[in-house]
Design a protein around this ligand. Structure first.
Ligand SMILES: *Cc1c(COP(=O)(O)O)cnc(C)c1O
Length: 479
């Protein structure tokens, strides 16, 4: 076709922007479609209208650019696809089940301790009305956490117990209730940070108690505490260095002599254990972790720890100790602001019942995973590979030795020997494989190390193994 001819035929003028926008579907028309109406039933009119506006705005931009050639019906179809994508994105961002294949047992970003099956059932049973503050036979009000207090008493010998939102809340409440306007003596080697927003000196500032540092980073002696005690001192505090270790030329004071000193001077001793280990794990080749009952037996007036670390329960902070000290905390106005809900108490109660029945190592996931023999993990890794290959997986898989980590600010030096499934595919980078696993259903969170994706069966539940095998098979199929 020559230039001459083209000019004589006069091609249709390129539609003006305004005219191309005539093809843009209207928001109301899109909302009237049956697909949109179905989404409205699931997500509500506000969300779906907003998504529709976004989708149409996107179409408007492509029409204005002059590239878009589709007619109105096809554009409406395109808008519905965008809306469906946004709906799917919302569905996937819900707090739903995720498979933890990282080998980090207490993964803070994945909600720390997974609950025991019985705790999950307890949560559900308490979800409607439950007697969280009622003595049913008497028909009278009863204090929140009454049952849990009884269980902790049996498990640890504590006189009294109070449960709050987390261990950070427990320390805040303890300092504020027992030492507001007075001093708490603590070793310089124990001024911890537990991730970003929790730094001990800041908690002191919030509580109104005054931090009195003694000793040095690596060595603090009983004499350092004794020399710091004066008329303004309210308490001695020990903080368990739960997420770090100082090694080498070190010295710290065990809880028992610290308690004796505090009581001789008429002040209280507070022990922030953090991890809240109820079971002695030293028989499993793990580094020594202080056990709650031992601190109480040593006479600590208050022992503080988290519910979702080595205890294996829901997120909460536990204050155990003598009746007087716990009552001071319970009577504080802060206690109400920091209290836990019925769901937390129900899950905690079920977790403690498992401990009391002597079934903790079998039924509590974190303890089961922590004590699972290396050889058993290897067998499971081989099983995942085999199942996945039977499902047609074409990805290269290798079972190799590695280490799991406790995580969550517990047992920082523990190296748990494990076996992982290392995956490589012909077509994807390790990051891309990990991304695909994370965005699958259910999402699987793996570890990327040295250019390979590693799946650690230690943190995968047994009933999740077929789902993991299927996800690997879907990465790359053999033909
Ligand atoms: C983990 C930890 C805390 C904070 O506990 P949260 O339950 O996360 O608030 C405080 N002190 C110690 C020693 C800890 O290990």
């Amino acid at each position: 076709m020559g230039e001459q001819e083209e000019s004589s035929v006069r091609p249709p003028a390129r539609p003006t922007a305004a005219r191309s926008l005539e093809r843009l579907p209207a928001v109301d028309a899109v909302l009237q479609t049956s697909a949109a109406r179905e989404l409205v039933r699931e997500f509500g009119r506000t969300s779906v209208t907003e998504w529709t506006r976004l989708a149409i705005e996107e179409l408007r931009q492509s029409l204005l650019s002059g590239e878009e050639t589709l007619d109105r019906a096809a554009l409406e179809e395109r808008a519905l696809e965008s809306i469906a994508d946004l709906a799917e994105r919302r569905r996937r961002s819900r707090l739903d089940r995720v498979i933890n294949a990282t080998g980090v047992l207490l993964h803070t970003n994945l909600g720390r301790a997974p609950l025991a099956e019985r705790a999950v059932i307890a949560l559900e049973r308490a979800a409607r009305a439950t007697a969280v503050e009622m003595d049913l036979p008497a028909g009278e009000r009863r204090s929140r956490g009454h049952e849990v207090e009884g269980l902790f008493r049996s498990l640890t010998g504590a006189e009294a117990c109070l449960v709050v939102n987390n261990c950070a809340a427990a320390t805040l409440l303890a300092f504020s209730s027992l030492a507001r306007g007075r001093e708490v003596v603590v070793s310089r080697g124990q001024l911890i940070e537990i991730g970003g927003a929790y730094r001990l000196p800041d908690v002191f500032a919030m509580s109104g108690a005054v931090l009195r540092e003694v000793g040095t980073t690596n060595r603090t002696r009983l004499g350092d505490y004794a020399a710091a005690i004066g008329p303004e001192t309210a308490a001695l505090l020990r903080v368990h260095p739960s997420n770090f270790r100082v090694v080498g030329f070190t010295e710290s004071v065990p809880i028992r002599p610290m308690v004796e000193l505090a009581h001789a001077k008429g002040i209280v001793a507070i022990d922030d254990l953090g991890s809240g280990c109820l079971v002695d794990l030293s028989g499993f080749g793990l580094p020594e972790e202080p056990v709650v009952g031992e601190s109480l037996a040593a006479g600590a007036d208050l022992v503080l720890f988290s519910g979702d670390k080595l205890l294996g329960g829901p997120q909460c902070g536990v204050l155990l100790g003598n009746a007087w000290a716990v009552a001071r905390c319970r009577d504080s106005a802060l206690a109400r602001a920091l209290r836990v809900d019925k769901l937390t108490l129900a899950a905690l109660e079920a977790t403690l019942e498992i401990h009391l029945a002597g079934n903790a190592l079998r039924e509590i996931p974190i303890l089961r995973q922590l004590t699972c023999a290396e050889e058993a993990v290897r067998t499971r890794a081989l099983g995942i590979v085999k199942t996945s290959q039977a499902m047609g997986a074409a990805a290269a898989m290798e079972v190799c030795p590695d280490f799991s980590a406790v995580g969550g600010g517990s047992l920082p030096t523990a190296q748990l020997p494990t076996w992982v499934v290392a995956i490589e595919t012909a077509s994807c980078s390790a990051e891309e494989i990990a991304r695909r696993l994370r965005t699958g259903r259910p999402p699987i969170v793996a570890r990327v190390q040295d250019g390979r994706v590693l799946l650690d069966p230690r943190t995968i539940f047994e009933d999740e193994e077929p789902l993991v095998a299927r996800a690997i098979a879907e990465l790359e199929k053999s033909t």
